[in-house]
Unconditional design. Structure first.
Length: 300
């Protein structure tokens, strides 16, 4: 592996000091460190395509760096749901195994519809103390032992791309809220966050639209917000199944699930309002609440 040889040949921790902010550039390909464990509340930055972190109190050895690399290469976890009410009885036992009191949460609030046009509109939806969706996304984490100061929001209108990246990188749980999945992906691309999100290796939880964009491709069943059936591209964390969100067992939904299977050849997992799934590394899946499964008949 190139990284191992590179680190060992650099006297275990070759670093380039950035004079402007007295940070350290770790020259290691594909490194996405667990900032919650190793840098805690420290700031980090992207400089010339490399991850910059402050100088550590103690020396970070080659062994430490390789250990971080191994952890993050294999331990991304994806949670797909319809609701942000993680603390309800039907899902709390499943999520209690995942969320920790030491976690740092980043909520990427990019899924608003086109009628949200400026910072004031965004604040009315997501702003602390007044946003209609603020408490719904924040308060459920408190039951898992987290404090409000461990939860940050990415503000589409006011945060710079640099601040957005710092908030994402300093988190151990990334929340993708519900709303408009196609507009969320459009805004992610607009802010040039696609690469950093695709390389995110911590826990990702999304509900409704935020569940859909975790897939490589997802279909939309026509509803009041989307009158036409269609396929869209997501972040690509998961590519071996499709989902139907807000499933109610209606003939309308079943018809479009069948169409989606015919188009893609993929299994469709239908998630009821009180249903969810956890995708762990190496393809392991677990389910909680109410779920239905649809697949094409095997060809003989």
């Amino acid at each position: 592996m190139e990284n191992r040889d590179q680190i060992q040949s650099m006297d275990k921790h070759k670093q380039e000091t950035n004079d402007e902010n007295d940070s350290v550039l770790l020259v290691i390909d594909d490194l996405n460190p667990n900032l919650d464990l190793f840098w805690q509340s420290q700031e980090c930055k992207w400089i010339h395509g490399k991850l910059s972190v402050p100088v550590l109190q103690s020396e970070l050895t080659a062994k430490d760096i390789l250990r971080i690399e191994e952890i993050n290469a294999k331990h991304r976890m994806n949670i797909l749901m319809n609701t942000s009410m993680y603390d309800e009885k039907w899902c709390y036992p499943a999520l209690k195994k995942v969320y920790r009191p030491t976690d740092r949460v980043c909520i990427l609030a990019f899924s608003f519809y086109d009628d949200t046009k400026n910072a004031q509109d965004w604040d009315r939806q997501f702003g602390a103390g007044r946003g209609i969706w603020y408490r719904a996304n924040t308060d459920p984490f408190l039951k898992f032992g987290l404090k409000k100061d461990q939860i940050v929001w990415v503000n589409f209108f006011e945060d710079s791309p640099e601040v957005m990246k710092n908030k994402i990188l300093n988190s151990s749980i990334l929340v993708l809220p519900g709303g408009a999945p196609d507009l969320m992906m459009k805004r992610i691309k607009e802010k040039k966050l696609t690469a950093i999100l695709k390389n995110y290796q911590q826990t990702i939880v999304g509900f409704s639209a935020g569940a859909m964009i975790q897939l490589k491709r997802y279909h939309i069943t026509p509803d009041e917000d989307y009158p036409d059936y269609g396929w869209y591209s997501g972040l690509g964390y998961l590519d071996d199944f499709d989902i139907e969100v807000h499933y109610q067992g209606s003939s309308h939904q079943k018809r479009h699930i069948q169409k989606a299977m015919d188009d893609s050849g993929l299994e469709v997992i239908a998630i009821y309002e009180k249903g969810g799934m956890i995708c762990e590394p190496k393809g392991k899946r677990s389910y909680f609440g109410q779920i239905d499964f649809f697949s094409l008949p095997e060809q003989k």
